[in-house]
Design a protein around this ligand. Structure first.
Ligand code: F6P
Length: 393
């Protein structure tokens, strides 16, 4: 059966600073392809698809797209809506009536599950459809890819924020010597770990990094922070939002205060708990900082490498679909050899769906709540241009 020539693109899950660069990649590649059909964008992903709320993305000028490509957030609107079986008839009806043969979901592991389910339902219904997802998440936790678009820019933010927070705590001295910075990363510590790039000298922040892969012994954490404080006069910890204690979630919330449609639990946050612990133990002022959405939307921190690769992944998805690939996600493949280079590959959606790529043991130094040199070598090029060097008197 001939494949309908129109394309649908959706943005899904947590935003990144380069989400729209991938959108731009998909749209410009699809509009410039040899089989140009219409390119539709679903407003708020699955929610817009269900409501047949689709925008014709070919109607915007090149200048408008240039501006969208460098805008944080999701220009189409994102969603955390899960595809339920009762949604399927409406979804297939819209795809068929709009003549859509190619679907690109720009998203993470939940979106891979959505793309995979969509593919299976279309096969059962006899609807010709190619589903090729574009990877995206600041968490860097998708399996099958060296890294994910969105991570490098958020990592750049976290490294710069850690450098700045460290110098601030150092400058304030006894007035406010301790800072706990809590960063995102739902199931894995890649983002918190990237703060280690801030440390060029022993006294530089961060002094402790807490990631979900390494359960936090509160007494040992406090001991390490106290040691850094006594030695340097200040101390900074970077804590992943879901860093865990030895016996489960850190802090007073044994039960999450919210759980989303995908079953992701939301807690108050590990950083707040650890900051209070330090304040009581050291009897000094402890700052608790949580950049929240700022870490994934700071235009000034976009990594040059990340932006380029986000667009490359979007373009690669369109080319793969036009070649007949389906039920697949584009991956980023690091080149072998000296120097940093990156190309694209493909991974089955079934392998990416709902799976989490945690940090491997060789990147972690659990004894010091830190990371290894091999992790620093892995992450450094993803942040793009070199981080600034600060001075001291
Ligand atoms: O999935 C990416 C992410 O930014 C995670 O790091 C974080 O746990 C989650 O999204 C936050 O979700 P929301 O944007 O729904 O608050």
């Amino acid at each position: 059966m001939a494949i309908p020539k129109n394309t649908l693109v959706m943005q899904s899950g947590g935003n990144t600073a380069v989400f729209n660069r991938s959108l731009f990649g998909v749209v410009s590649e699809a509009l410039g392809s040899e089989v140009p059909g219409k390119v539709y964008g679903a407003v708020h992903g699955l929610e817009g698809l269900l409501a047949d709320e689709l925008l014709d993305l070919g109607t915007y000028s090149a200048a408008r797209w240039k501006a969208i490509a460098r805008t944080p957030g999701a220009a189409l609107g994102s969603t955390r809506r899960k595809l339920e079986s009762e949604d399927v008839p409406a979804v297939l009806r819209v795809l068929s009536s709009r003549g859509i043969g190619q679907v690109h979901v720009i998203g993470g592991n939940d979106s891979a599950a959505t793309g995979h389910a969509l593919h299976k339902k279309a096969v059962v219904a006899g609807l010709p459809l190619r589903v090729v997802n574009v990877p995206k998440t600041i968490d860097n936790d998708l399996v099958g890819t060296d890294h994910t678009p969105g991570y490098g820019s958020a990592a750049r933010f976290v490294a710069l924020a850690t450098m700045g927070a460290g110098r601030d705590a150092e400058a304030m001295g006894s007035a406010a010597p301790i800072t706990v910075l809590e960063v995102m990363g739902r199931d894995a510590g890649w983002l918190a770990a990237s703060s280690a790039l801030a440390r060029r000298e022993e006294r530089d922040a961060p002094h402790v990094i807490c990631v979900p892969e390494v359960p936090v012994d509160e007494q040992r954490f406090a001991g390490l922070m106290e040691g850094a404080y006594r030695q340097h006069g200040f101390a900074v910890a970077v804590v992943a939002e879901n860093a865990r204690g030895i016996d489960g979630p850190l802090g007073p919330d044994a039960v999450p205060w919210y759980t989303d449609e995908f079953g992701h639990p939301y807690y108050e946050g590990a950083g707040h708990h650890l900051a209070a612990l330090l304040g009581r133990r050291l009897n000094v002022r402890v700052r608790y900082e949580k950049p929240g959405t700022i870490q994934r939307s700071m235009a000034a921190c976009v990594s040059t490498a990340d932006a380029k690769e986000a667009e490359m992944a979007g373009r690669a998805a369109v080319r793969a679909a036009l070649k007949g690939e389906t039920d697949i996600m584009v991956t980023l493949v690091r080149s072998e050899g000296d120097g940093y280079g990156c190309g694209t590959g493909l991974a089955p959606l079934a392998e990416v769906a709902d799976a989490v790529r945690e940090m491997p043991p060789e990147y972690l130094d659990p004894d010091h709540y830190g990371v290894t040199e091999s992790f620093l070598d892995y992450v450094r090029p993803l942040l793009g241009t070199p981080l600034p060097r600060f001075g001291r008197v």
